[in-house]
Design a protein. Structure first.
Length: 347
């Protein structure tokens, strides 16, 4: 069998951000009685559910540090490297910063898969790092039972532009910058059910850097930002609303979706982690239906940016979206309102 014929997804039990540990399990893992030493320079750390850590280095500047890695979500090694790298780098953009350099994290089953495929994964990472304007400056590798790849990324930002996921305000409008549904498409591809018109759709979206975040963060009317990944839109909305002690009211008809997802949902071609996600969100959500559950809980890999803005910044923000090629995402999907019985309301 040639390297081109090897399907990477057959060698891992999960894929992409769907590999994430369930939110309620993660909370148990992170729970501790250990008292960390106080550090007033650590602006963003474990106390919030943000995308990256931020450290104040003085003169109004901050260093951003993050890491993200997972098992193959596509079969092509080069594409896998690009997706995993774009996903990790996007955490820096979600904080409003710009990446400086990256370090690779590689686990490879040496006795199962050719090392030539691992080299293609690294080349995919190099390609995305070059697109982001940063070097792939080193890394670490181990012999592992399943293929794993990702990056540790360092970035910088002006602290005045720092955006977190828990700083939305009542009355803020909510926007999303990518369509939902890549979890459904990648699951369909694994099962041999992918429509011809969907070939490559998920991969192209997952390889797209969220560099828009660095530009959006410079607008004073942008109040909060995060990227949508393995917990699905619903999970990240819950984190955003709970962190700000608000309720997110979402118009499902305004949520951008990849076309014809009902082709897969009607066949129950759904990622297992979709139901895992919902099991943790059920008590916090009202108005959910079968279709909205399967799309809003769909695990995304390098999904879009979830952004809240002040209403009076609407014109300026939407013009920036248009200028940066996001003209299909200028309609807000909802609004932040005062805290109600549920954390997210679907209407």
């Amino acid at each position: 069998m040639t390297t081109e014929e090897i399907r990477l997804t057959k060698y891992s039990h999960g894929g992409g951000c769907g590999c994430k540990i369930a939110p309620h399990v993660l909370e148990q893992i992170l729970k501790t009685d250990f008292a960390s030493p106080l550090n007033d320079k650590l602006i963003v750390g474990n106390s919030t559910k943000d995308d990256a850590a931020v450290y104040d280095i003085g003169n109004g500047q901050g260093v951003i540090s993050t890491t993200d890695f997972f098992m193959p979500i596509v079969d092509d090694a080069f594409t896998f490297g690009k997706i995993a790298s774009a996903n990790a780098i996007s955490d820096v953009f979600a904080m409003g910063g710009k990446p400086l350099m990256a370090i690779a994290v590689l686990g490879w089953p040496i006795n199962k898969l050719p090392v030539e495929l691992a080299q293609k994964v690294i080349d995919g990472a190099r390609a995305i790092c070059a697109e982001a304007g940063i070097p792939l400056a080193g890394g670490h590798s181990i012999d592992s039972p399943e293929p794993i790849f990702g990056l540790a990324v360092t970035g910088m930002l002006d602290l005045k532009n720092l955006k977190q996921n828990n700083t939305a305000k009542e009355g803020n409008l909510i926007y999303l910058t990518k369509k939902l549904g890549v979890g459904l498409l990648t699951t369909a591809e694994k099962r041999g059910l992918l429509r011809e018109d969907h070939i490559g759709v998920a991969a192209r979206q997952m390889m797209q850097l969220n560099s828009f975040g660095a530009k959006a963060a410079q607008l004073s009317g942008v109040t909060a930002m995060t990227d949508v990944t393995g917990f699905g839109l619903l999970g990240h909305l819950i984190e955003m609303a709970e962190g700000a002690h608000l309720t997110a009211q979402i118009e499902y008809s305004k949520v951008p979706l990849i076309d014809n997802l009902n082709h897969y949902t009607s066949q129950n071609c759904v990622p297992d982690s979709t139901y895992r996600n919902w099991s943790g969100y059920d008590p916090k959500v009202s108005g959910i239906t079968g279709d909205s559950l399967l799309t809003l809980c769909d695990p995304q890999t390098n999904g879009g940016l979830l952004i809240t803005i002040e209403p009076d910044a609407k014109k300026e923000f939407e013009q920036l979206l248009i200028n940066e090629g996001f003209q299909n995402f200028v309609v807000p999907i909802g609004v932040m309102k005062s805290r109600a019985e549920k954390v997210v309301e679907l209407i």
